[in-house]
Design a protein around this ligand. Sequence first.
Ligand code: NAP
Length: 477
Amino acid sequence: MTDRTLRIAVIGAGPAGVYAADILSRSEQGEHVEIDLFDRYPAPFGLIRYGVAPDHPRIKGIVKALHKVMERGKIRFIGNVDYGTDLTREDLQRHYDAVIFSTGAIDDAALNIPGIELDGSFGAADFVSWYDGHPDYPREWPLDAQKVAVLGNGNVALDVARVLSKHADDLLETEIPDNVYQGLKSSPVTDVHVFGRRGPAQVKFTPLELRELAHSKDVDIVLYEEDFEFDEASDEAIKTNNQVKTMVNTLANWLVEQEERTEPASRRLHLHFLHSPVEIGGDTDSGRDGKVSGIRFERQELDGSGNVRGTGEYVDYDVQAVYRAIGYFGSPLAEVPFDAERGVIPNQAGRVVDENGEHLTGIYATGWIKRGPVGLIGHTKGDASETIGCLLEDLPSLPAPAEPGVDVVELLESRGVEPTSWDGWIALDAHERSLGEGWGELPDGGIRERVKVVPREEMVRVSRALETVDAAGKADR
Ligand code: NAP
């Protein structure tokens, strides 16, 4: 600990950034630290606002905990600031003692198979950004496919498959933006096929998220007996891991129950295993102009260790869209080392290192950009503790910044940036809730808690209207 009041910049106001800022503000250094939490978007909470599916209010509940952290007033939120453009690493090092990068991972991992570039082949992360009302994504999404393939057996694959297969009216109670509701409502989808390359005991999704699939109205879950293959490693996993056991049981029960169905639903969500994608087929002859018209898989068999090998048997599915949900990937940041293979900032326990493994003084990382896009939101806390532990350990040797007294908000405004504040977020939050109220009571008796504002300019206008009130004595809305 040091008596000098430290200024710390945290870049990325998702859960990783908020947890890191919170842990630091409650540490022994807490009385002598000023923390600025920056985000590229006008609103805070990163992945929670732009990554969690709208029909997962339970996870959105984490927002309440993050709100509490911010309401303590120890952390200043500065939104709508693009690191690398509006503020450089040099700026940050001139004005802050240390910088923590917590920018997450929002790109899709690449899948190098023929046809991946076809029209109708999408990254799940992009689709998630669309349905979560990300300001930098197009408002329209081409939902013209009747049959869709979703690749991957993680929770993102389940999110995407659930949102694609649900009836739009069943999402009305959520915070989905109007353009997303309209888009989903016009979707002609009847069949969503989810493909895992390994077996039912090797899925990466979690029990709660799997069971939730059965709650979608008028959507039948369809399974295939030939996909239920288990090797020694599977048996061991079922015996020793409760999560695996629960999920295999759930899947096996659904397989049996589907035989007893009497009334078929109008939509189906198929779960396939032991299918490895080989090629996406395009249709140039029938006027679909290079659009996805099918997908080919090689059937897999388990090799005893829980991994798979190809059987040489190929199987084709007639689909008009393919979503790859095979993992997220981090993006490089200006003037910060990047491991292009893993999509992370190279670091040792959160201390960012250069190509020689040397710690870059005063530069740290936490969250998915530190360890890769794995784990649930709560896991990020442990990560933040480790990074802040290193920062606190390094304090005695951190050189003081050249210009600690500069108000970064003024600096940004002098550059033509329109930063948003925590009070601005409170105003935007209230505005979105009032848009929800405007819908009144829904046909099923529910209400809309909020409707998200999507365009960046509108988010900024509503958020900064507060400052307009202060400056001009009246609101501009
Ligand atoms: P993930 O859990 O790592 O799953 C990725 C899936 O893609 C795996 O099934 C993997 O199969 C498959 N895959 C990878 N490369 C492939 C390839 N070349 N061909 C076919 N399949 C391939 O990733 P995620 O779904 O993006 O989730 C990221 C993290 O966010 C996870 O920790 C997840 O739990 C979390 N999350 C949680 C929720 C929630 O509701 N709780 C929602 C969304 C995300 P293999 O196993 O064979 O590699």
